[in-house]
Each structure stands twice: as structure tokens, then as C-alpha cells.
Design a protein around this ligand. Structure first.
Ligand SMILES: [Zn+2]
Length: 284
């Protein structure tokens, strides 16, 4: 979904699938060939380090993509880390492990991901050249991790923050208040951030502006939903129709999920009543 204002104009050169591009002295990116409405140009796979490499988000189980990653990092790839267990981010892990012998790390082994080691908030991958610190950032997915590359002050944000598309928050695994709390936490890290490397889209070079934009966008959306409920719109389907008037059919379930997540937050705060996503919602 592309309903948020972009702050990172002008756009750099288009992302090319399967070719490694250097983003910084320590970081390279290979974009998987899985473009789509939810994935933008495709999933970003990052290779962090030179002598010892951590791969962040192996992406889909596409042999050509995994060959490109292995071709770039070879047996210097020691860790394969997944930001979360949505299908555009992790299924390549086992094939990449077969190619490289690296260990697979994630918050947990949900959705069929086989993990060798779990990571909790604050855990670090310590290589000779860098430290990559895990931040547990639930909201988009309850098992979502961001990673901070301390040497370059680069935050790998997975689907917590993306560039060019809006993050979908779908209950029950997605949770709006939790998501916003984790955005505020990242806002607090801003002095330590130079850039954000998202799971989809280009590198974000103004992290503070992007996080502010996200928080403002969500606050605006929440106000819009609350006003509509107060105006008598009572079902999620009708709220989606009024708030996203030109939405393509394929994205309706995502919009419904996000509206539900906003309503759930408003209900928890005592501002609306309702609970059943298929039922009626009313002002409190
Ligand atoms: Zn994704």
C-alpha cells in the first residue's frame, strides 16, 4: 500500500534483482525476484561483514536468489538471521544453510522455520569486524526482530519500517499498540541511527524523519477511523470503503486487518466498543 507520503525523494536508481550492491563498507544488498503489492520491488537480503558474514533475511526459497547470496558470501557466511517468519523473508534459510553451513537464527521457529539458535531482545552476533544487536520489535509480527549494526549505526528494520509501502498490522499476531510502542522505542534510538535498511525498498537516509512520518501517519489514520465510527460507520468493511476508497481488491484484506488493529487499540483505550472483527463497532 502506498498511502504514506514519501520523505526520501529523489529516488535512487531502481533496485535490480540478483545483483549485489554495496550500501556501506560493511553492507551489501541483494534484492530477491519476488516483487508484488506487499513486497514492493522484492525482499531485501543484506550481507553484513566481509571476513565473517551475517545474512539478514534470506528471502524466498528461490534457487537463483540463494545462489546469488552464496556466490557473494560463500563459506564466509556464518549466520543466517531472519527478521520474522512471514513467507517473503525466511523460506530461503534452509537452502542457504545447505549451501554455506551457516547457522540459522531468529526470535523463534514458528511457521516452519528451523532455527539453530533463538535470539532475544539485546542479544548480539559478535563478529571480528562488527556487532549486530537484535531488538525485539513486535507489532507487525509478534516474533519480529530489528538489528542494529553498531559500527555503521545502520538499523535493519525488516517489515517494522519499509520504504515505499505501508506496514500492514493484522491481528491477532499483529498488534497496533505494541507496534506503535516499538516505533517510539526506535525514535528514542535516533541519535544512534544513521540509516535504516528496510526489508523492502531503498535505504532510508533520514531515519528520524521516516520514524516521525510513520507515527504521524498512524495517528492520522486512527483519528480518521475514530471520526468515522463517531459518524456512524460501524463495520470494518464500511470503514475500509470510506477510508481507502480506491483500494484494489487484492489489498482489501490487509486494509481490513489494519483497521481492525486500530479499532482494537481504540477499544482497549475505552474510546470505542466492539471486539468481533465481523461485528459492529460504536463510539464509547
Ligand atoms: Zn516482508
Amino acid at each position: 500500500m502506498t498511502d504514506g507520503p514519501a520523505t526520501d525523494a529523489p529516488e535512487p536508481a531502481p533496485l535490480v534483482h540478483g545483483v549485489a550492491s554495496a550500501l556501506s563498507p560493511l553492507v551489501r544488498r541483494i534484492v530477491a525476484d519476488n516483487p508484488g503489492r506487499m513486497t514492493g520491488p522484492g525482499t531485501n537480503t543484506y550481507l553484513v561483514g566481509i571476513d565473517e558474514i551475517a545474512v539478514i533475511d534470506p528471502g524466498p526459497d528461490h534457487p537463483s536468489h540463494l545462489d546469488a547470496i552464496a556466490g557473494c558470501g560463500g563459506d564466509r557466511i556464518r549466520w543466517i538471521v531472519c527478521t520474522h517468519t512471514h513467507v517473503d523473508h525466511f523460506p530461503g534459510a534452509s537452502g542457504l544453510k545447505e549451501r554455506t553451513g551457516a547457522e540459522v537464527l531468529a526470535f523463534d521457529g514458528r511457521d516452519g522455520l528451523a532455527v539453530d539458535r533463538t535470539l532475544a531482545d539485546g542479544d548480539a552476533i559478535e563478529a571480528t569486524e562488527f556487532v549486530l544487536r537484535a531488538l525485539h520489535t513486535p507489532g507487525h509480527a509478534s516474533n519480529h526482530l530489528c538489528f542494529l549494526l553498531e559500527q555503521e549505526r545502520m538499523l535493519f528494520s525488516g517489515d517494522h519500517i519499509m520504504n515505499g509501502s505501508t506496514v500492514v498490522i493484522r491481528p491477532p499476531d499483529g498488534h497496533m499498540a505494541t507496534y506503535l510502542g516499538q516505533l517510539e522505542r526506535l525514535q528514542g534510538l535516533r541519535p544512534r541511527l544513521r540509516s535504516i535498511a528496510p526489508g523492502h525498498g531503498h535505504l532510508i537516509e533520514q531515519p528520524a524523519a521516516k520514524i516521525d512520518e510513520y507515527l504521524t501517519h498512524r495517528a492520522d489514520r486512527e483519528a480518521q477511523i475514530l471520526a468515522a465510527v463517531r459518524g456512524g460507520t460501524s463495520t470494518i468493511a464500511d470503514l475500509v470503503a470510506s477510508i481507502y476508497p480506491d483500494l484494489v481488491e487484492e489489498l482489501v484484506p490487509m486494509a481490513e486487518g489494519t483497521v481492525w488493529a486500530h479499532l482494537q487499540k481504540l477499544a482497549d483505550e475505552g474510546r470505542v466498543t466492539g471486539g468481533d472483527p465481523a461485528g459492529r463497532w460504536a463510539p464509547a
